[in-house]
Design a protein around this ligand. Structure first.
Ligand code: PLZ
Length: 447
């Protein structure tokens, strides 16, 4: 590895440090520049401009250090600028940056496909096509399922999020801000009720019966190419479905020749203490979509599925200029190696124990916290009007703004904007978690 690169980032001390008002003067100046050249459609949840990061700490241009509880929405899962990722990508950068895999191939792509075949659920032959983004993985998953089944219908669930391309906008639950005014949208997308135990109180079996009956009535199983589900919904607010819900959906798909696709773009790659969250529910999806955490911050996504499904696309039917880029592939290989070498699946369990327990304690003090849920390093709290299940988005905004001022970066989620989600990198220490929870405690006290 190039030894000039490591010190800048690994030298980032893993501590919170607020040295200016937030945002600081340099961030404010950058934001002025940005407003002139970047459209308002591209927002900034917290307009502090980040200069470097390592582990679980972000450093802004003013020298403020934030405890990062978002990891770029679950991307830097093994830690910002992980040394092995930096080394692997740097070495690759000096050797080969591009050929286009469908012109002249290279080993890294094959290696990533091997890793995905080995670590996605299911003991059968699997194949992977690599692409650049989560939305592109969803697009390709649907495209292949349609080719394989010869059917058009795409089933999705309420509160789902699948991306910002034309097809995926049609698959999202929330119109504003994702699709408002951006139509016409792709057709043949059918949205069914999901399992949301905190709100529907249904058993997994009852929720599944509701989903299935809805799809049977509104489209008919025989017209469905695929059902796309996030095993734990991401943007929707980290809904963990009731026991038995997902297996019942999968059994129905299998019985009816519908390709069962797990969108593990947010829940996958070690985040929940398993390689893929599907494993928590005993699911063996026909296809698994991965992105975000797969390459430690470099753009890469994958569609991994049963070989016979994946091979239904004709030669030349799949591809894209940058898909499976050699540098991203090298980073992904480093991520897979680090998960094994550092036993990072256990780190996700450690984080769940430290974080969920602390949040449950806060719930006892603050009735505005209606629900604490999630698995591994994918935990959320849903804020409500005390004594009800009515959404309280104002409290979410107030808490995240307070935390930001104190150097804690918290992400929001939820159809009604009333969920705070915690998806820190697996490199975060229990000390930093406790410190961040202390700040969040102060934030609730200040409401
Ligand atoms: N499927 C489950 O979580 C991305 C969106 C960030 P892309 N979620 C974060 C934003 O505001 O654009 C996501 C996801 C699930 C698909 C996607 C889409 O992944 O890499 O953003 O295209």
């Amino acid at each position: 590895m190039t030894d000039t690169l490591a010190p800048t980032t690994s030298a980032v001390v893993q501590e919170r440090r607020v040295v200016t008002a937030i945002p600081g003067p340099k961030s404010q100046a950058l934001h002025e520049r940005r407003l002139k050249v970047v459209p308002v459609g591209v927002t900034a949840a917290l307009p502090v401009y980040i200069e470097r990061a390592h582990g679980a700490i972000l450093v802004d241009v003013d020298g403020n250090q934030f405890i990062d509880l978002g990891a770029g929405i679950g991307v830097t899962t093994i830690g910002h600028t992980d040394d092995a990722v930096v080394a692997g990508a740097t070495e690759q950068l000096e050797k080969l940056t591009h050929t286009l895999f469908t012109i002249t191939p290279y080993e890294g792509y094959v290696r990533v496909a091997e890793y995905l075949a080995a670590h996605t659920p299911g003991d059968f032959a699997k194949k992977t096509v690599l692409v650049n983004s989560g939305a592109e993985a969803v697009e390709n998953g649907v495209k292949i399922a349609r080719k394989y089944t010869g059917r058009n219908g795409v089933a999705v669930l309420e509160h789902a999020y699948h991306g910002r391309t034309n097809l995926t906008m049609a698959m999202n639950f929330k119109a504003s801000p994702y699709s408002l005014g951006f139509g016409p949208f792709a057709g043949d997308v059918y949205r069914a009720p999901n399992s949301y135990p905190y709100h529907d109180g249904l058993s997994g079996a009852d929720a599944a019966a509701r989903t299935i009956s809805y799809l049977e009535k509104t489209v008919g199983a025989a017209d469905l190419a695929c059902l796309v589900v996030e095993p734990i919904q991401g943007e929707g607010g980290f809904q963990v479905p009731a026991d038995g819900y997902l297996p019942a959906l999968q059994a129905w798909c299998t019985a009816n020749g519908i390709v069962f696709i797990a969108d593990e773009i947010q829940s996958g790659m070690a985040r929940t203490g398993k390689y893929f969250a599907s494993e928590h529910f005993g699911l063996v999806p026909d296809m698994v979509l991965s992105a975000k955490g797969i390459a430690g911050g470099l753009p890469l996504a994958g569609v991994t599925g049963r070989a016979e499904i994946m091979d239904s696309a004709q030669p030349g039917g799949l591809g894209g200029t940058f898909g499976g880029n050699p540098v991203s592939a090298a980073a992904a290989i480093a991520v897979f190696e680090q998960i094994e070498q550092k036993n990072l699946l256990a780190e996700a369990v450690r984080i769940e124990n430290a974080l969920k327990g602390a949040l449950l304690e806060l719930q006892k003090k603050y009735p505005v916290i209606g629900d604490v849920r999630g698995i591994g390093a994918m935990i959320a709290i849903e804020l409500v009007q005390p004594g009800t299940h009515e959404p309280n988005a104002a409290a979410v905004s107030a808490i995240s703004a307070f935390a930001a001022q104190k150097g804690v970066l918290l992400l929001t989620a939820g159809t009604y904007g009333n969920v705070l989600r915690f998806l820190p990198s697996l490199a975060i220490s229990n000390e930093l978690i406790a410190e961040a929870v202390g700040v969040i405690d102060e934030a609730f006290a200040s409401l």
